[in-house]
Design a binder for this molecule. Structure first.
Ligand SMILES: Nc1ncnc2c1ncn2[C@@H]1O[C@H](COP(=O)(O)OP(=O)(O)O)[C@@H](O)[C@H]1O
Ligand SMILES: [Mg+2]
Length: 263
């Protein structure tokens, strides 16, 4: 059995003349947080789509729990524990926060592994509390602040009891305090055995919670390693001029990318 929970192997995705992902290989291990970073347009979301089955790769394989899932449809991967949140918020606006999570939980039907195996409405309320949005439980989802909506996305995803949680820019819209609490929650979930693969621009968050980081640039993996290695990698520093100079501040990949290549 392979150590890795997820293996992306030599994946290529072409959209007409655009090569969005170019021979990318990387892994995500069990029970840790893995970061997938890179500037806008690097191919991160496309990689997520390949992993979840929304995008068929032009070439390459995806292995999950030692099975080749490349040809599996989205729902089959989801049933086997591949859960994701979207960069764009996806909640049902007219439903309450609690009902949004209930719907996700009832579709899944099983116990909530990451919440001590609880089920039903009690489990949903524990989940809302755990994610830090219990005070919004009765509010309509379209009336809550963006940061809260992000956390609702996470709660909805957790309600489906994922083994592998894919988070696409989960901290956007969160303030500094919320981001800190969010990072702590991810660390707790990973410690309980949940495996997390995260696309994220907030480098402080990435560097503080990730066990491993893969860096995409123009569709290619240019570096893979522990945060300390990625931070000091010459190729990564070349790709993100400026980040290395802003040691310790909340420089985001997005800000750096805009600095490097102004729109
Ligand atoms: N459905 C699509 N059709 C055509 N081009 C796409 C499509 N999705 C993404 N792209 C292109 O692929 C590249 C990678 O996009 P994406 O994976 O969204 O990057 P990231 O998430 O790292 O910002 C970009 O050049 C983007 O314009
Ligand atoms: Mg993206």
């Amino acid at each position: 059995m392979s150590m890795a929970l997820l293996e992306v192997d030599d994946v290529v995705v072409r959209f007409g003349g655009v090569t969005a992902v170019n021979r990318a290989s990387f892994t995500a291990d069990r029970g840790v947080i893995t970061g997938l970073i890179g500037p806008n347009g690097a191919g991160k979301t496309t990689c997520f789509n390949v992993i979840t089955g929304l995008q068929k790769p032009t070439k390459g394989r995806v292995r999950y729990r030692d099975r080749d899932v490349t040809s599996w449809p989205v729902h089959r991967r989801a049933r086997h524990g591949v859960g994701r949140t979207f960069q764009r918020l996806e909640a049902f606006g007219s439903l309450s926060v609690r009902d949004n999570v209930r719907v996700a939980h009832e579709i899944h039907g099983g116990p909530l592994t990451w919440l001590g195996g609880r089920r039903g409405v009690l489990g949903v309320d524990v989940l809302l509390d755990r994610v830090g949005i219990a005070e919004y439980a009765d509010e309509r989802a379209d009336s809550i602040p963006t940061g809260t909506a992000r956390l609702l996305e996470l709660a909805r995803c957790l309600a489906s009891d994922p083994q592998l949680l894919l988070l696409d820019e989960p901290s956007s819209g969160l303030d500094e305090t919320e981001t800190g609490a969010f990072g702590a929650l991810l660390v707790d979930l990973a410690a309980e055995g949940c495996s997390i693969l995260m696309v994220e621009h907030d480098m402080d968050l990435v560097m503080s919670v990730c066990h491993d980081i893969h860096v995409l640039d123009f569709g290619e993996i240019i570096a893979s390693g522990a945060p300390a290695d990625i931070r000091t990698d010459a190729g990564v520093q070349r790709a993100y001029l400026g980040y290395a100079e802003g040691d310790g501040d909340t420089t985001t990949m997005q800000a750096v990318a805009e600095e490097v290549s102004p729109a």
